[in-house]
Design a protein around this ligand. Structure first.
Ligand code: ZN
Length: 121
């Protein structure tokens, strides 16, 4: 299966979509995916509770993982789209709704006319 940002061992119980040491990014991505009906959780988040005890410079990372393997392809695509929009919100091109053909500025996440999500475009 191509296009998987984070490799997961075959048969593993969870599929990780994105890896970061930035807690804010991890939580934003989780919120975005959950709002779109993707069940996700952030692996490693509990380590932040111990942050004061972790030596400065210690590398620890958060992984945003999808709960249901069935949703992995969709979640992977949504994650990629989200990261691209996040990377260049001003430079992103307008998008055209696949549902009704309405044209939208990139900052709009969903079609105002028919409600289709931008990630479906
Ligand atoms: Zn539409």
């Amino acid at each position: 299966m191509p296009g998987r940002p984070v490799a997961a061992e075959p048969g593993s119980a969870m599929q990780c979509l994105y890896q970061t040491s930035d807690r804010t990014v991890a939580q934003l991505l989780r919120g975005h995916l959950e709002a779109l009906g993707i069940g996700v959780f952030v692996q490693g988040e509990h380590l932040f509770a111990l942050q004061g005890q972790i030596p400065v410079g210690a590398a620890f990372e958060l992984r945003v993982c999808v709960v249901d393997d069935e949703q992995l392809p969709q979640a992977t695509r949504l994650t990629r789209n989200w990261l691209e929009r996040r990377a260049s919100p001003q430079d992103a091109p307008p998008w055209v709704c696949r549902g009704c053909g309405e044209r939208h500025e990139p900052q709009f996440a969903a079609c105002w006319r028919c409600g289709a999500d931008a990630d479906a475009a």
